[in-house]
Design a protein around this ligand. Structure first.
Ligand code: NAD
Length: 487
């Protein structure tokens, strides 16, 4: 007999406790060999004054049990509360967010009866690095970080997932026509890794048209891999068009720990009414059971759940005004059908030999170490960002040309990325935030950080207010920075 697997459980906020109790009841009746360890995280912890939403001692439970089953959490608005979901994903290195979106027509009303796609969302990087600054009274910034190792891990994960689950195609979404360096890197790594999987078809769409295609012809997609923010938006769209955001489950996978949940939030508008759909969390539980090697239990629950849908037992979000049952009645209907198989849908069979256990997530070492060693990085200049609400672009430009010194030349000044000097247009709208690009002058062999410090001293002595600098490098002779619009 299988030994009971200890798992950490948080019931969550809003509808969390209702859907968690319903789901755990199904797991118990289906014979899941789990030993829950309950933890308290989320709203109560936030409101007790802990802005992280998670007590320090709770990490021990997550790190030792390595499997976390989580109800949705409410992030209080304002007040400096950090999103607990993002904290947990990043602290535990849960880099892959796997979100299957399947339609269940004709039993769940949808315009897309043949939809069966999996969104694999990068879960740690991108704008979710959470590095934001107010730089001037008028301008705030958020750093979008895309890394080579992070992109390699998630893209390789997507291809491995496709191979293991007999999926035929992997699509990449990015916006590399605009963000040529960040999204450009993601797309480039996709193309590099794709050649290692010749049996899998590949394609790339720019995110805007890609998203439109998900909304219009989702049946054309199989596995889709994308950076964090796009994945967040695309997976809600995809879940909603299957019929309800309440249907889809999600796995957050790392090398050491994995977390399973529903994709939806804590739905405060329906909390406490006993009407929420537990299906998203049930689907999260099914993914968890496969992960911990209890494929037989996952199969039994999934087939009973499909049969429940076929028998027309629906919560209010699916019934859409028709006869509906509450959260616990829905769970009881699934329990009654344990051991039965669907007749219209194809019965599901999970196999333990295909099970994703923790060790399988240790992917082959990425090539970054080798690549880093081969790269020659040369300093090519510096972008100095100034706060200025007094001088015109021409005044700043002329002053900076005098200050550039023999090592640098002032190449361009931009405002919100658009060239305003030399030769800007009066129509261009400007703010108090000026990016002044100094490049190594012709005849100078090499420049150093020391030269940049001297330049900054000259700028300071001229009573100009610099607020940040960004070094410009070439990597193996290729520009490691974007040109200004109009440069
Ligand atoms: P939400 O997903 O909670 O709700 C959106 C809409 O979908 C609401 O009308 C809700 O009633 C409905 N809905 C959601 N789940 C449902 C279910 N199982 N059955 C029936 N209807 C359902 O999104 P929101 O309102 O934007 O967010 C509410 C809170 O949840 C916020 O504090 C947010 O930060 C948090 N949130 C948490 C998670 C998570 O813990 N993983 C994810 C998203 C949002």
């Amino acid at each position: 007999m299988t030994q009971k697997r200890k798992i950490t459980i948080a019931r969550g906020d809003g509808i969390g406790p209702e859907i968690m109790d319903a789901t755990l009841k199904i797991l118990e009746h289906a014979g899941a060999m789990i030993e829950p360890e309950f933890i308290e995280i989320g709203e109560k912890v936030y409101l007790s004054g802990n802005t992280t939403g998670i007590p320090n001692e709770t990490w021990d439970s997550l790190r030792s049990n390595k499997v976390f089953f989580k109800g949705p959490i409410t992030t209080p608005q304002g007040g400096g509360y950090k999103s607990l979901n993002v904290t947990i994903r990043k602290t535990l290195g849960l880099y892959a967010n796997v979100r299957p979106n399947v339609s269940y027509a004709p039993f769940v009303k949808t315009k897309h009866p043949n939809m069966d796609l999996v969104i694999i969302r990068e879960n740690e990087e991108d704008l979710y690095a959470g590095i934001e600054h107010q730089q001037t009274p008028e301008v705030v910034q958020c750093l979008k970080l895309i890394t080579r190792p992070g992109s390699e891990k998630i893209i390789r994960y997507a291809f491995e997932y496709a191979r293991k689950n007999n999926r035929k195609k992997v699509t990449c979404f990015s916006k590399d026509n605009i963000m040529k360096l960040t999204d450009g890197l993601f797309h480039k790594v996709f193309k590099e890794i794709a050649v290692e999987y010749p049996e899998i078809e590949t394609e790339h769409w720019i995110i805007d048209i890609g998203m439109a295609k998900i909304a219009d012809t989702p049946q054309d997609f199989d596995v889709i891999v994308m950076p964090n923010l796009y994945g967040d938006i695309a997976s809600d769209v995809a879940a909603q068009i299957t019929g309800s955001v309440g249907l889809a489950g999600s796995a957050n996978i790392g090398d050491h720990v994995a977390m399973f949940e529903a994709i939806h939030g804590s739905a405060p508008d329906i909390a406490g009414k006993g009407i929420a759909n537990p299906s998203g969390l049930i689907n999260g539980a099914i993914m968890m059971l496969v992960h911990i090697g209890q494929a037989d239990v996952a199969t039994r629950i999934h087939n009973a759940w499909l049969k429940t849908l076929e028998d027309g037992v629906n919560t209010a979000d699916i019934a859409k005004g028709g006869a509906s049952v509450g959260t616990m009645e829905f769970a009881e209907a699934v329990i009654e059908r344990l051991g039965q198989e669907p007749t219209t849908f194809k019965p599901v069979v999970y196999n333990n030999s295909e099970t994703n256990n923790e060790n399988e997530f240790k992917l082959s070492p990425v090539a970054s170490d080798r690549i880093n060693r081969e790269i020659v990085r040369e300093l090519d200049g510096v972008d100095v960002f100034l706060f200025n609400n007094q001088h015109s672009p021409d005044e700043i430009g002329k002053k900076l040309e005098e200050l550039a010194g023999p090592e640098f030349r002032l190449a361009v000044i931009t405002n919100r990325g658009v060239k305003v000097y030399p030769g800007g247009f009066p129509e261009t709208f400007t703010t108090d935030h000026w990016r002044c690009r100094f490049q190594k002058s012709e005849g100078t062999e090499s420049i150093s950080n020391g030269d940049i410090l001297s330049l900054l001293s000259r700028i300071q002595e001229a009573h100009l207010d610099f607020i940040k600098t960004e070094n410009l490098y070439t990597f193996n002779g290729e520009l490691g920075y974007s040109l200004g619009q109009g440069q």
